[in-house]
Ligand binder design. Structure first.
Ligand SMILES: Nc1ncnc2c1ncn2[C@@H]1O[C@H](COP(=O)(O)OP(=O)(O)OP(=O)(O)O)[C@@H](O)[C@H]1O
Ligand SMILES: [Mg+2]
Length: 519
């Protein structure tokens, strides 16, 4: 175990590429470089609110005991071997080219080598102005930092690829935010999350040099990324092979999001990880009642571009942007396009296999695809709670029984009374499902086991986060601690105090269902 302040950090990204070493924080375009040196701006009084001990153990990081370590987490101390920087990236936002964006409030401090030899970037989110802050302040509020801290860890324990969060620190400073975008800004407590990931490179990191026609930078970045993160890909054609892997990782990520009912909310290309990780926890949500049109992001309401059911398509679109960015490195685009076009089939194959696991099917036949579609249609039409419904499905009795029996069994997943036709719809689905389940080659218990692995029982619902944040702002952390414990064990029945639908009061309340990007 080593302490944050005494570690010898590596800075391999910085060593590999030209950067802007000036340290100047004035907002500006930085052509020709992939990053700018950025020292975090000190905060008034950093205090550790939360610490991810399991992650720290894995990385060999000592829990902060002295002020210097806490100061690293708050951006008040930069260890001598660190080279802190903000990365320069671009992006397509809501379908439009946005040009240079960059880390406007994220600062990578250095690379931490873990005992197993793996390297992790340590990054502060909310640590102050960078050359990419544009007109904003480089800060993050407690509300959004709690959401990022808890949710990235929750996703990890759900088995969904994600950036991780090591610590949550309050800064002692106030941050001005117009939370509802209604012209009524107010002060909120500031906070900083230390995130870790093998890399925070995004699709937008490649779009930037491509847009600037900096072919040398682009080629070097692609080569470096493959050597470091995809080292098994060597020789002729490796850029294509690399793109295929990113395509597959991204598709698998979408499948995982659909499995657990996660809606990201801001799938711009600058929020797409080159490693297929979930990155940037902003106005995200789990689904409560199943609705493919649900978007948690108030800014996204007009087009619902980032709604739950559109995520797989948006990922495809985003992969198209990445393909365009790397195309100049290839002789022609035919093969690249051919790989891209395998996405829909690849995704659908994995999607149906995943849904088969959720339903406990031994294998998914063509007729099962119809059954799967009936499930999602029924969930949607009847406004059923996704998570609770699949849990109840695991406990379905061998004998399905009458319509009353079925309705009573699934009652805990209802947000409203069902009409006559809806009750019949549910009965017929469940009857057909039970028949299909008995056609499995394995025993019923094997199906149940598969279902328990595919279907989370605890999800971090927005209203729970909202309540935990309200408490924290009053200086209480009871609910926060309970959620932090529950999220580590999401497939068990050990945290059934949270096994409940979103309460009525939370359905329209800001922060409990929908959120703005203000963070
Ligand atoms: N308070 C802020 N100060 C400076 N820049 C910001 C701020 N909030 C967002 N940005 C910048 O605006 C762009 C889009 O923001 P977005 O909400 O996707 O990212 P984010 O939540 O800040 O960070 P990340 O993607 O690193 O998790 C990014 O370039 C981001 O750095
Ligand atoms: Mg972002």
């Amino acid at each position: 175990m080593q302490s944050l302040s005494q570690k010898e950090y590596k800075n391999e990204f910085v060593s590999a590429f030209d950067g802007d070493d000036s340290g100047d924080l004035k907002p500006r375009q930085t052509p020709g470089v992939l990053y700018s040196k950025t020292v975090p701006t000190p905060v008034k009084k950093p205090e550790v609110l939360a610490w991810s001990e399991e992650l720290a153990q894995e990385l060999g990081i000592e829990k902060p005991t002295d002020q210097k370590d806490v100061d690293v987490l708050g951006g008040n101390h930069v260890a001598p071997s660190m080279y802190p920087y903000a990365a320069c990236y671009a992006g397509h936002q809501f379908g439009n080219w946005a040009g240079q964006l960059g880390d406007g409030r994220a600062i990578t401090l250095g690379e931490w080598e873990a005992p197993d030899g793996k390297s992790w970037e340590l990054q502060l989110k909310g640590a102050g102005m960078t050359p990419y802050s544009r007109r904003a302040d480089g800060r993050a509020v407690l509300r959004s930092s709690v959401r990022e801290y808890l949710m990235s860890e929750a996703m990890h324990y759900l088995g969904v690829p994600t950036t991780r969060a090591l610590s949550l620190v309050s800064t002692g400073d106030q941050v001005l935010r117009d939370m509802f975008y209604n012209g009524n800004p107010g002060y909120e407590p500031g906070a900083i999350v230390m995130r870790v990931a093998p890399s925070f490179l995004r699709f937008g990191s490649f779009e930037m040099p491509a847009a600037r026609r900096e072919n040398e930078n682009l080629r070097k970045l692609v080569d470096w990324t493959i050597d470091r993160y995809y080292p098994h890909l060597q020789g002729e054609g490796r850029i294509l092979a690399w793109f295929k892997e990113i395509m597959e990782k991204t598709a698998l990520l979408m499948v995982d999001w659909m499995r657990v009912g996660f809606v990201h909310g801001v799938m711009n290309t600058d929020n797409m990880s080159i490693l297929g990780l979930t990155i940037d926890y902003g106005p995200y949500s789990f689904l409560d009642d199943y609705d493919p049109d649900f978007t948690p992001n108030t800014t996204d309401l007009p087009g619902r571009r980032y709604a739950f059911g559109k995520q797989a398509n948006i990922a495809y679109w985003n992969l198209g942007c990445l393909a365009s960015a790397i195309a100049p490195l290839l002789e022609g685009t035919e093969e690249l396009v051919a790989i891209l076009e395998t996405y829909p089939d690849f995704f659908h194959g994995k999607y149906y296999a995943m849904m088969g696991d959720k339903l406990g099917l031994d294998q998914v036949q063509a007729t099962d695809q119809e059954l799967i579609t009936r499930f999602t249609q029924t969930l949607y039409t009847l406004n059923l709670d996704m998570t609770i419904f699949f849990q109840l499905l695991i406990d379905l009795p061998q004998e399905v029984g009458t319509e009353e029996d079925v309705v009573a069994h699934f009652q805990p997943s209802f947000y409203r009374d069902l009409e006559k036709g809806e009750r019949a719809m549910l009965l017929s689905l469940i009857t057909d499902y039970a028949a299909r389940l008995s056609a499995n080659t394995g025993p019923r218990e094997a199906a149940a086991q598969k279902m328990r692995k595919a279907n989370p029982r605890f999800i971090l619902r927005n209203y729970l986060l909202h309540q935990a944040i309200e408490e924290l702002e009053k200086g209480e952390n009871q609910l926060f601690l309970k959620l932090q414990a529950a999220l580590k064990d999401p497939y068990s029945r050990n945290h059934d105090e949270f096994f409940a639908k979103r309460p009525d009061w939370a359905s329209q309340k800001a922060g409990c269902s929908m959120l703005s990007c203000s963070s």
